[in-house]
Ligand binder design. Structure first.
Ligand code: PLP
Length: 389
């Protein structure tokens, strides 16, 4: 047989997968592993989708997505951040942020183009760059200053091949947020070096202590930014597979070409549900976010009480404690915690080298489960002899 794709072969499978395979063999696991709300999609959104099916709305839509949805997306961004796009030419509805990411990289990269990616970061960024023929260039961030991206660290890594910077605040897996000033400095570097910016703002609604800063709203950013966002996290709609990109028309036109030949369009039922989410589910989101905030405080305090040092993350729904003092690697910690106490966390190094010595815990789970998970972690640390150190 002839050899398969070199690019795909050389890309390692996600380090998270092995843990999910292990979980399948065990009973009574408390999972803090998957980055997914424990809420069901709010009823009004499900009802709108059901009603659309009753009415027989089961066709393809425009490749760009339903115009009503694109208009609602733009209206929401104007209302929240003061930035708007032309809904006819500057918005593309996609199959989750996942598809928007893949399509965006394919639309902007030529072979060998470099993309600067602050890490630790979401596991898909580097593979998407590789699949598009580009070269991911990690930009390390540090726990000691809250995992923010330093403009100097970006500037040092710019070469004549650098094409884009990826930003994602609030961040998966650290929950980090960045100040307006900090982000503006990164944007200024992009402007000075004529770089594109991909801003994955899927956690924009999950900001607890400060207002979200939307990158395209910053000075000089909009004409070079591809904004990616979706419905999975804010509206508990992970299974619907719906997201979008907003960018200058020539970029959206390129992305649309790829989307048209590969996806055709996002599912119509999910699009109709997304319209309802944007127009009428504000209160549902606010209630979920308030609940995540309560869980965040409880869980992060619990981790620190156990001696696992963890900053209070400003956004998303992840805690990213240091497990260094246990003397275990992230992978050993996660595997032993799972086997011995049936708590699933994700080793921090699967998100990049900056995650070495950390684990990711998703606290979007019931308070009773979080409390139980903390008890189990306490027993585990006691056996290791590091409890409360
Ligand atoms: N971007 C980030 C930072 C994520 O954490 C995730 C999912 O966990 C995604 C994108 C994928 O989102 P979607 O469900 O919209 O494809």
């Amino acid at each position: 047989m002839k050899s398969l794709s070199q690019i795909v072969q050389n890309t390692p499978a996600s380090g998270i997968r092995r843990f999910f395979d292990l979980v399948a063999e065990l009973d009574d696991v408390i999972s803090l592993g998957v980055g997914e709300p424990d809420y069901v999609t709010p009823w009004r959104i499900r009802e709108a989708a059901i009603y659309s099916l009753e009415k027989g709305r089961t066709t393809y839509t425009s490749n760009y997505g339903l115009l009503e949805l694109r208009e609602a997306i733009v209206a929401k961004h104007i209302e929240r951040y003061g930035t708007g796009w032309n809904p006819r030419t500057e918005v593309l509805v996609t199959v989750g942020v996942s598809e928007a990411l893949d399509t965006a990289f394919r639309a902007i990269l030529n072979p060998g183009d470099e993309v600067l990616i602050p890490e630790p970061c979401y596991v898909s960024y580097a593979p998407c760059v590789l699949f598009a023929g580009g070269v991911p260039v990690p930009v390390p961030t540090r726990a000691s200053d809250g995992f923010v991206t330093h403009p100097e660290a970006i500037a040092e890594r710019i070469t004549e091949k650098t094409k884009a910077i990826l930003l994602s605040y609030p961040t998966n897996p650290t929950g980090a947020v960045m100040s307006r000033e900090g982000l503006q400095r990164v944007v200024d570097i992009a402007v000075a070096n004529d770089l594109y910016i991909l801003s994955d703002e899927i956690y924009d609604r999950l900001c607890y202590d400060s207002e979200h800063v939307s990158v395209p709203a910053l000075q000089g950013a909009k004409e070079r930014t591809i904004l990616l966002n979706g419905f999975s996290k804010a509206y508990a709609m992970t299974g619907w597979r719906i997201g979008y990109a907003c960018a200058p028309a020539p970029i959206i036109e390129m992305m649309m070409k790829i989307h048209q030949y590969t996806m055709l369009c996002a599912p119509i039922t999910a699009q109709i549900a997304a319209i309802e989410a944007l127009k009428n589910a504000e209160q549902d989101t606010a209630e979920m976010v308030a609940d995540y905030d309560r869980r965040r405080r409880l869980f992060v305090k619990g981790l620190n009480d156990l001696g696992l040092e963890c900053r209070l993350p400003g956004g998303a729904f992840y805690a990213f404690p240091s497990i260094e003092k246990t003397g275990l690697t992230s992978e050993e910690f996660a595997e032993r915690l799972l086997r011995e106490e049936r708590v699933l966390v994700v080793p921090g190094d699967v998100f990049g080298d900056g995650g070495i010595g950390h684990v990711r815990c998703c606290y979007a789970t019931a308070t009773s489960k979080l409390t139980e998970a903390l008890e189990r972690m306490g027993r585990f640390l006691e056996r290791l002899g590091t409890m409360g150190e």
